[in-house]
Design a binder for this molecule. Structure first.
Ligand code: SF4
Ligand code: SF4
Ligand code: SF4
Length: 376
């Protein structure tokens, strides 16, 4: 057992695996306010990585509608129902994580294993709202009736429950980038990882009889490229990069700035204790109670920061870089009215203006000798 300081819960926790933090940690920021649930990310991941036999119901990337959607069925509700309710004293978790809710230290983390049928309807609950809209209802500040889209991939956690639970030590976390992988040669398909992962992001392949999960698109990351689900995102809701692990967070690293310095983006269910590395900007239109259950005690501060974002040009500059390039941005700066991003080698990748220029086109195109106007 190793004692670890878990940033997300503001205290130390015993974790059944000894290992130093990776040199740098892969991390993602997803802005829930921008997701349109087009599922382009889901299809991009599926067609590239999981189109083989036994993978028909496996979606390493999925997008579900909250509050009722969930893939596999009820993945979060079912765990929340059997675990202690989260109790926070400011930023410190007073209740127990999934690693602490067990009888013996050698027991696996608290969890459950879904059955095959739970994977059958990945988009059940799509667009279902919390209640029916009353006749004549209109928007008045906070939506009384709401739903929002939650895009999900493996969190490449700091303290992966999947890794801790594997009796074969077939799961490992890469030192160079913190990506969590299943060694297919070592895996014997015991599915302890499937049971333990609170996000249910390890899947059992009935044909290969082994477990598999999101590989963080590591062949692309090794070339300095963002993951496929990030590059393909239509809504430009995603940013992919690295958190500093061995030094202080840097203001010029967009992920450090958004996650650790400003704390605009928050981890999903931090009370589980795995230290997830997909960070979400919570939706503006949903009530605090539900959001704090999902994203912890930082929600109110995050929402007010998001509402006032125009006043924070550094933070706004970082958000403008979402979806602007298919390369990983390691450093950025705001230069006048432009956000500039550089790669690890220091080469400039992209420039995004704060205000897009407006071009009013002459309806008659002299070059083509034709009128170009909207036809409806
Ligand atoms: S591609 Fe982007 S906008 Fe579309 S569902 Fe996925 S995360 Fe949402
Ligand atoms: S999200 Fe689940 S599968 Fe991914 S690293 Fe964390 S515990 Fe493992
Ligand atoms: S990071 Fe790559 S493997 Fe993981 S969900 Fe996204 S596209 Fe799929």
């Amino acid at each position: 057992m190793a004692e670890r300081n878990v940033r997300h819960i503001g205290r130390a926790m015993e974790y059944p695996y000894e290992g130093p933090p990776p040199k740098k940690q892969v991390a993602y920021v997803f802005d829930t306010n921008k997701c349109i649930e087009c599922q382009t990310c889901t299809v991009a991941c599926k067609t590239c990585w999981t189109s083989g036999k036994g993978q028909e119901q496996i979606f390493w990337n999925n997008v579900e509608t909250k509050p009722y959607g969930g893939y596999p069925l009820g993945w979060d509700r079912r765990l929340l129902e059997v675990s202690n309710p989260a109790h926070w004293a400011k930023d410190r978790l007073e209740s127990k994580t999934i690693f602490e809710q067990k009888d013996k230290p050698t027991d696996p983390p608290l969890g459950f294993r879904p059955v095959s049928d739970d994977y059958r309807m990945p988009n059940l609950g799509e667009d279902d709202c919390t209640e029916k809209l009353a006749k004549g209802a209109h928007f008045a500040g906070l939506h009384p009736t709401w739903m929002f889209y939650l895009a999900r991939i493996c969190n490449h956690c700091d303290n992966p429950a999947c890794l801790a639970a594997c009796p074969r030590k077939a799961i490992y976390k890469r030192d160079e980038d913190g990506i969590v992988l299943v060694d297919q040669e070592r895996c014997r398909g015991y599915q302890e990882c499937v049971r333990a992962c609170p996000y249910k992001k390890v899947f059992y392949n009935l044909v290969s009889r082994s477990s598999e999960k999101c590989i963080g698109c590591f062949p692309r990351v090794e070339q300095g490229l963002v993951a496929l689900c990030v590059e393909s995102c239509i809504g430009k809701i995603r940013m992919h990069g690295f958190l500093e692990t061995n030094s202080q967070p840097r203001e010029d690293n967009p992920i450090d700035l958004i996650v650790r310095i400003r704390k605009l983006a928050l981890p999903l269910y931090p009370q589980f204790g795995t230290g997830p590395n997909v960070y979400y900007i919570p939706p503006l239109h949903v009530g605090l109670g539900f959001l704090e259950m999902m994203f912890g005690p930082g929600v109110e501060q995050s929402l007010s920061m998001y509402r006032e974002i125009a006043k924070d040009r550094q933070l706004l500059g970082a958000l403008l870089l979402f979806g602007a390039t298919n390369h990983i941005i390691h450093r950025f700066a705001v230069e006048g009215n432009i956000a500039v991003g550089w790669n690890e080698a220091g080469d400039e990748l992209v420039r995004v203006p704060f205000t897009e220029p407006t071009v009013i086109r002459d309806p008659f195109d002299t070059k083509a000798g034709a009128y170009r106007h909207n036809t409806t």
